[in-house]
Design a protein around this ligand. Sequence first.
Ligand code: HEC
Ligand code: HEC
Ligand code: HEC
Length: 386
Amino acid sequence: MVIPACEQLTPLGGGADACVPAEVQAAFDRSCGGGSCHTDGGKAGGLALGNGEAAAAIGRASVGSALPLITIGDTRGSYLAQKMVSDPATPITGDRMPVGFQGTNADQVADVNTILGWVAGGAYADCGAGTDTGNDTGNDTGTVANGLPCDVDAVLATYCRSCHGDPPVGTVVSLLGLEDLLADAPSDPTKSLGERSVERMNADVAPMPPAPATRPSAAEIAVVADWVAAGMPAGDCTVGPGPFDVEPVCTSKKNWTGGNEEDPRMHPGVACIDCHTSMDEGPDLLVAGTVYPTGHEPDDCYGSASILVHVTDASDRTVELRTNSAGNFLLEDGEAPAGFGPPYRVEVVSDVGTRAMSSAAPHGDCNACHTQDGDDDAPGRVVLPW
Ligand code: HEC
Ligand code: HEC
Ligand code: HEC
């Protein structure tokens, strides 16, 4: 993740620690500086967070607790982070922040994850120690045994590791292998992360994964719950390579050779909407993309036919699209419900299972991000459930 420089901030004696990445400040501005809340004018709780002021909260004493407001690298030692999590490790005064937080509000959830990830010590290229975490969204589990039974591993891989990967995104913990699940939960060291994972998957309030991500089914939760109840015995699942660990290959061995000939099978893998818009040709597509069997297939290579793609729009309406013989799926403007629009929640469904995008897609040109190597933090192609 590369964040543009945050030169607008004056470090407060904390050196690099006092740097607030632009993306994080934007999340504060949206979720905390609004209305008469934490702005210069209306410092609720004596605290201004909007308009580039979040840096002032680093290391500062809080009004509601003995904890400082923000200690970078320590969410449990940051009162502000504890005010934002669903089950704080420290008693908090007043309501959970941001005011009116709803787990179903994708924008709020994204802002909270951004802020918590920053407090947790997330790496930002422009703020000190940051290293570029590239496109690694935690799906690559490598080819080594991670100590988990395969069925447990599959649930965590599908629903959890886009955030609880290596490095974790917006959270403090990784859920990659047996050792991680046996470790104490930061929020409650009397419990293991395995136990907390089961509690949070079943939780009515603030479930894991957080909305709007697709939750595991009762049967999938039971797989993990039964294993945790049995004392988390080591499994011998040799984790095979994930779809994004596979070398670039055109699995279908079939390529589109028709150029810009009008055909819904055209240019699999290439950003459809971007080209139609810039050439001002072809139909108006709201959503379009290509599903592949592996993560890094080249442009114009045919993908997987007859796979379902569910797209749910900002008003909670879901359309079901099916890939054609080139692996392409598309939703023409004229065929969509009136006003169908982003952000979209998406999942790819096959007989094997579901692969969901945990964050919401800001627009429907799937292949624009899901390029061969992955753009905009995407891990690579839109792939089939493995
Ligand atoms: C979209 C990102 C995201 C996904 C996907 C996600 N989590 Fe989380 N998780 C978070 C964030 C952010 C926190 C910290 C805030 C909180 O506790 O609500 C968290 C906290 C947790 C905690 C609390 C750790 C503690 O200290 O008690 C557990 C356990 C957990 N997640 C388990 C899971 C499991 C199991 C899954 C998959 C079924 C999952 N999460 C999927 C973002 C995510
Ligand atoms: C490089 C530019 C380019 C890309 C990439 C592209 N298209 Fe097109 N598309 C066109 C042009 C140009 C036309 C109009 C051709 C014509 O009218 O002869 C068109 C027409 C179409 C049509 C109308 C076909 C018909 O039978 O009327 C469909 C459907 C379509 N594109 C789907 C897609 C999909 C799906 C993708 C992505 C997987 C895509 N296109 C990618 C340029 C592109
Ligand atoms: C702005 C860029 C962007 C767009 C547009 C986008 N995605 Fe994604 N997608 C991502 C990122 C980043 C991730 C990894 C993090 C996550 O899951 O939220 C991802 C993850 C996914 C995943 C899960 C990854 C995995 O482990 O297999 C699926 C499935 C997916 N996207 C499908 C789609 C579909 C279908 C569309 C079009 C409707 C789409 N995406 C549009 C950026 C994008």
